[in-house]
Structure formats: C-alpha cells, structure tokens
Design a protein around this ligand. Structure first.
Ligand code: AMP
Ligand code: MN
Ligand code: MN
Ligand code: MN
Length: 277
C-alpha cells in the first residue's frame, strides 16, 4: 500500500524542520508520496525536491493558501503546482505582504494584556521573516511560560474573541483557485472540519468551491476526529469532490499529527491522486 501525506510544513513557513529534514523524517515514517504545503510560500520546494530524490520518495509540489471567505478564514491547498509559475508566485507574495504588519499588531494586542516582546519573540523563532504566523507567537508564549501547550494557546489567545486576535484580509477564494489553476495545480479545501461554520454554510462553501473549479477536500487530516472522517467523506461524494489526506505536521512533539500517521481514505472516496499515476 502506498502511503500518502499531502499536507505538512517546513521552516519556509511555520514548521520547525528544514525541507530536507522534513522529507527525511517523512521517509523514516514510511511516507511514499509527500507534499510540502507551506503557508503562502513555495521557497522550500526546491530543497524538498532535491531531498526527495536523495531519500527516495515522491514529492508533489504544494502550497497552502490563506483565504478570506466572507468573515471566515479558510485554507486552500494547491497540489501539483508549478513552483515557479509567475501568477502563483505573484499571488502568494501579495498574500504574504501583510503578514509582518499583522504580526506587529498581534504583538501590540498581546502587550496590552501584559505579554511583552511577543513580536520580537515570534520573529526570532521564524526562519522566514516574510512568514510570521500565529504558530510562531504560540511557540513564543509556550517558551515564555504564558501557556503550557499549543492547544492551550489557541484556546485562550490568538483566535477570534480572545486577546492577540487581529482580523486580516487574505486572498479571495476565487483568486486562490485562479492562481493554483494558473500553475497547473488542483485545489483542495484544507481541514474543512476546522471551520466554525454550520452545515448550511459548509454546503454553500462546498458548492462555491466546486463552482470555482475546486477538485477535492481533505477527508483524512490531523485536524479531523474519527467521527468527522465519514462526515466529510459523505460531503465529498455529495459535491462530487475528490478526497485528500494529510497530517498537517508542523513539529515533532508539538501535539499535532505525525507525518504519515493517518488512516486510509474511506472506500467510497475518489482519491485526489487517482489521475496522477
Ligand atoms: P496564521 O496563518 O498566521 O493565521 O496561522 C495559522 C496557523 O496557526 C495554522 O496553520 C496552525 O499552524 C496554527 N493554528 C491555528 N489554530 C490552531 C489550533 N487550534 N491548534 C494548533 N495550531 C493552530
Ligand atoms: Mn500552520
Ligand atoms: Mn491550515
Ligand atoms: Mn497546514
């Protein structure tokens, strides 16, 4: 059986392993086909591709694009994208553009409740200074003893309604899909079970995503519970979308899913990789 893991992060975004170390770890965990999907960033792809040939696994060039849909932030994974496509690169650069200013504002919000130096602390933990994410703030807050782990940070801080949250306008869903398609890729809605929207709005999202040319949704992901897997498998079938699978691995021992440690897709799903082989 071929082991697929089509969603993970390196130091090019908010992961802690370099692309090379990530690919090596994926191989050690039995992954046969890996996609590195850094947030709004393709700069890790070349190193990952080199490592994939060195360690002997197949790399699918990927990216995870931040999207604003109404008042909801969504993540859309692009798979099999050309990592040097100018339309995609330009769009991603635009999406990254506001991140530093946003990070400053997050730092200011945290300072207001007595957490000092968070902006500088987050930057010091990020390799890519164009890509300061909430994960870097979370790591800083754990290191400085504010919170005990990731789960606790994202329960009490950095999310809507809690200190350290700053609203931000990302790419539109239409633009994200246009960029992915321009680069020859397929679009996959990441971890649908994580969005705090009701089932009616989820259906609206899936029909709009399909209408815009979206190809699939993540059914098996580190973000889904065992109960959510069959629910999203059913939605994939209903909306004629293929199914993807990804750990969303960021760092060893940080509480997220390990590379390659995923259950198989439910039988009735059409795997996103069906057309690749
Ligand atoms: P950003 O793109 O800066 O908004 O940061 C989003 C990142 O924060 C996600 O990709 C995750 O790595 C992390 N994140 C968000 N919510 C959670 C959560 N509940 N638990 C752990 N990590 C989270
Ligand atoms: Mn992340
Ligand atoms: Mn995500
Ligand atoms: Mn991710």
């Amino acid at each position: 059986m071929t082991i697929y893991d089509l969603h993970c992060h390196s130091t090019a975004s908010d992961g802690v392993l370099s692309p090379r170390d990530l690919v090596r770890r994926a191989k050690e965990h039995g992954v046969d086909v890996l996609s590195l999907t850094d947030h709004d960033e393709l700069s890790g792809q070349a190193e990952a591709a080199e490592a994939a040939s060195e360690f002997g696994l197949r790399l699918i060039n990927g990216v995870e694009i931040s999207v604003t849909w109404g008042n909801v932030t969504l993540h859309v994974v692009g798979l099999n994208v050309d990592p040097v496509d100018p339309v995609l690169l330009h769009g991603l650069a635009r999406n990254r553009g506001g991140r530093r200013e946003r990070a400053r504002r997050i730092g200011d919000e945290l300072a207001k409740i007595g957490i000092a130096g968070a902006f500088e602390g987050a930057c010091a933990l990020a390799e890519n200074q164009d890509l300061i994410s909430r994960t870097h703030f979370a790591r800083f807050m754990i290191e400085s003893g504010v919170s005990k782990n990731m789960k606790s940070v994202f329960k009490h801080f950095l999310v809507k309604g809690k200190p350290g949250y700053v609203s931000h306008e990302w790419a539109s869903l239409e633009n994200a899909l246009t960029w992915i398609h321009a680069a020859g890729g397929v679009a996959v809605l990441a971890h649908p079970g994580r969005y705090q929207i009701g089932s009616e709005k989820m259906r609206l999202l899936l029909s709009e995503f399909k209408y815009l040319g979206g190809s699939g949704i993540e059914v098996v992901t580190g973000s889904h519970t065992a109960e959510q897997v069959p629910q999203y498998a059913a939605l994939a079938v209903e909306f004629d979308l293929m199914a993807s699978i990804g750990s969303d691995f960021h760092a060893p021992g940080e509480g997220g899913r390990e590379l390659g440690r995923l259950t198989a897709l439910p039988e009735r799903c059409i795997p996103i990789w069906q057309a690749w082989n």
